[in-house]
Write a new protein. Sequence first.
Length: 208
Amino acid sequence: MEQFITQTPVASIIFLFTIVTSLYAFSNPEVYGKFMLHPYSVSRGDRVYSLITSGLIHKDWGHLFVNMLSFFFFAFPLERTFVQFSSWGHIQFAVLYLVSLVLSDVSSVIRHKDHFWYNSLGASGAVSAVVFSWILFDPLGRIYVYFIPMPAVLFGVLYLAYSVYESRRSSSINHDAHFYGALTGVLLTVIFYPDIVRHFLNTLTGGL
């Protein structure tokens, strides 16, 4: 545990804080209600804080488990990778996570600004950003989907396509947050490390 905190302090804090906050909200309806993203209110200048707090709570145990499992496997290696490339790595990781969390929710606010009964919650947008940032560094790495291994870059393409498809079906799951979170993660990583584009392409062409 000490090693995680020393090497990846930002990921460790986010991981623990999100779990604690989510568990607390499960048994506290008042916090649960206040922390959820309510696009109707946010678009009218109210509860703007929920652009961030909505990423600290989850619908149920399954929702929390999936997000935090993905976070665990990708966020900690990503923060270590950032630190290898820059002395600002910890800060860059924090910026990537928080900015992606907010921007992935902004898309939901725009789409649902007139839908009073619509709410959204969960860290999926920011977690998607983390996963897609990691894909840029290791596009041929293996990602397991239902125990089936596939190259990370293929997973990325399928994930984006699936998010668009499900979003058009008006699914109860906020696939817009997944899609725009993933794109934000890619964009910020390229801004932080412009050479990552060449690395990504060279890795792909070298693996063919």
